[in-house]
Ligand binder design. Structure first.
Ligand code: FAD
Ligand code: DLZ
Ligand code: SF4
Length: 513
């Protein structure tokens, strides 16, 4: 009797998947494929492709060592079929498979496609639930059903109780669910931040680098200086170093930004976690143990656990609950094309220059850079949600649509009209000044409100409030800002709008700002 063909996707690199646990090693075939369709549906950053292809190759080697029969298709194989479907179709024929088994993919586009495979292949196609997440898609839907608001904080509390994490006698340890009040400190320049983990490249990764340089030369970034881990052992090492050297300061400094310091006290694990090399459960356990052993204060351990048990699980459930509408919503009706600076980093706005430059160099930026600089600008400059989404999906090594889209559409652009965020995350230059040392090196003056040398965030902010005041007045959390706005003199508002219109017309003329 012919065995099954089991497809493992590039972001499913874990032996814990039930389809691998239950595989019949003597009869079934595992298929993994590097294909043009997945590598180019957006132009992924070169380092993201190097990371994923090298991690896939290492994982396949590990599977073979475990005794699995693996059919691996490399990108430059002469017979590369170009898409996952074609790869599966060809392999069904060569292996004479009796069925195809997959784990549900993380993106709606592929999920929809896979649901048509059974008919196209004329063979059973078993689509398993992705058990790596701690809340299933159904769990989120059950929580969301009938609610008027879908706030992460309440979802997170349920998860804390359900998994008994940082709990004591049914109550949150320390008496509070959330310690973010303590998590807004700035970092003085010159702080001795621990060095980030740098892995040497081995022969497999070097081969992939040569491939990416040849095949993806027009994608963002460079393969130079590639330093990410590519195996589970590497990923565990990064996690260990975070627990030993960074987690104690994670909470306190999680919102801080420093010139030329991309890594700070963040964990740098998202790329490993999202492709399966780490599991959320083991990461949360490590942070909880660090708290109980005195290695991490409560504000850090709780803040870190909330990102994974709260935000990460929440955005994944949110994605599936609101797709496909989430992708096309455009609440503020914004259509401006993405300025070139998002690719080149050529701008006089130092905060934007820093964040794009670091993204380009590392395929990484930390949360506040993504949210309060790049995201804030995207909304205030009225950029097209579709173009912003594609940018975020392509440039970060940890980006897959299930996690990118809720953050972009819901958190930064408010293009979903407020299902995710309780208000638009917009801020003037004073927020960036408070949380970073970027403004000291900027061509613009953060304390000026209008004029060619004023910080663009200042007038764009009031331009946004003025333009959308009718929509915003529905939101009680905007009340204070709208009160301030209504107290402003009409000539001040006109001056802000004039500066904003001048700035936006420069963007439209593709001039450097
Ligand atoms: P840490 O700061 O150390 O946080 C620990 C972990 O918490 C992260 O590794 C991540 O797994 C999780 N986490 C934290 N915040 C979020 C969040 N908002 N949503 C989901 N998980 C979260 N994260 C991605 O993994 N992929 C993305 O494509 C992605 N796109 C984003 C786009 C925007 C506009 C914003 C504002 C945030 C985005 N995030 C995304 C969330 C967050 O910025 C990254 O997870 C984080 O910067 C990764 O770095 P780290 O591992 O050092 O995280
Ligand atoms: C992101 C990505 C890239 C760049 N390339 C591949 C690939 O060649 N083969 C593959 O199986 N997966 C790849 N991936 C990850 C997929 O895009 C991901 O599995 C889906 O988007 C679902 O999350
Ligand atoms: Fe950014 Fe404005 Fe500060 Fe310049 S002055 S770094 S544009 S916030």
């Amino acid at each position: 009797m012919a065995g099954k063909l089991i497809l493992v996707l590039g972001d499913q690199l874990t032996l814990s998947l039930p389809m691998l646990q239950n595989a019949d090693k003597s009869n079934d075939t595992i298929i993994m494929a590097e294909v043009r369709e997945e590598a180019t549906y957006v132009k992924h950053h070169k380092k993201k492709i190097v990371f994923l292809f090298s991690a896939m190759r290492h994982f396949a080697k590990g599977l073979r060592q475990e005794g699995f029969n693996v059919h691996y298709i490399e990108y430059d194989d002469a017979e590369n079929p170009g898409s996952l479907f074609n790869a599966v179709k060809d392999a069904v024929t060569t292996t004479d498979a009796s069925a195809v088994e997959v784990t549900q993919p993380g993106e709606f586009r592929l999920d929809t496609e896979m649901k048509s495979w059974e008919q196209a292949l004329n063979l059973p196609v078993i689509i398993n639930e992705d058990t790596r997440f701690m809340a299933s898609i159904g769990d989120f839907a059950a929580w969301a059903e009938g609610r008027k608001q879908y706030r992460m904080e309440y979802f997170y509390r349920e998860m804390r109780k359900r998994y008994d994490i940082l709990m004591e006698n049914g109550k949150p340890i320390g008496g509070k669910w959330n310690y973010d009040q303590q998590n807004r400190a700035t970092l003085p320049a010159g702080t001795n931040v621990p060095k980030n983990t740098v892995f040497p490249t081995n022969a497999v990764t070097q081969q992939v680098i040569a491939l990416v340089d040849e095949q993806f030369h027009d994608h963002m970034g460079s393969t130079d200086g590639f330093h990410y881990g590519v195996t589970r052992e590497d990923a565990l090492h990064v996690l260990d170093r975070f627990i030993d050297e960074r987690i104690n300061n994670f909470g306190t400094y999680q919102d801080a930004m420093l010139q030329d310091e991309p890594w700070l006290y963040h964990s740098h694990i998202s790329l490993y976690l999202n492709c399966g090399l780490l599991t959320p459960r083991e990461i949360i356990k490590s942070a909880e143990v660090a708290y109980h052993s005195g290695q991490a204060p409560l504000n850090s351990a709780e803040g870190f656990i909330r990102q994974i048990l709260g935000w990460r699980e929440y955005v994944r459930g949110f994605y599936w609950y609101f797709m496909p509408k989430l992708k096309t919503d455009n609440y503020f009706d914004n259509h401006r094309p993405l300025p070139d600076a998002y690719w080149t980093a050529q701008t006089n706005m130092n905060c934007m220059r820093q964040c794009v430059k670091e993204t380009k160099e590392n395929a990484y930026a930390h949360h506040i850079q993504r949210l309060m600089v790049l995201g804030n600008f995207s909304l205030l400059a009225e950029l097209s949600p579709a173009q912003v989404q594609d940018w975020y999906l392509s440039v970060y090594a940890d980006a897959y649509e299930w996690v990118e889209l809720p953050n972009v559409a819901g958190m930064i652009l408010y293009s979903d009209g407020g299902n995710l965020a309780s208000k638009p995350y917009v801020a003037s230059g004073s927020y960036i000044k408070k949380m970073s040392n970027y403004c000291g090196n900027c061509g613009y003056k953060v304390n000026k409100k209008v004029g060619d040398d004023a910080c663009p965030f200042n007038y764009l902010y009031w331009h946004f409030i003025d333009k959308h005041k009718d929509k915003l007045k529905e939101n009680h959390r905007m009340g204070m800002i709208l009160n301030t706005y209504h107290r402003m003199k009409p000539e001040s508002i006109d001056a802000m709008n004039n500066s904003a219109e001048r700035f936006l017309s420069k963007l439209d003329a593709n001039q450097e700002v």
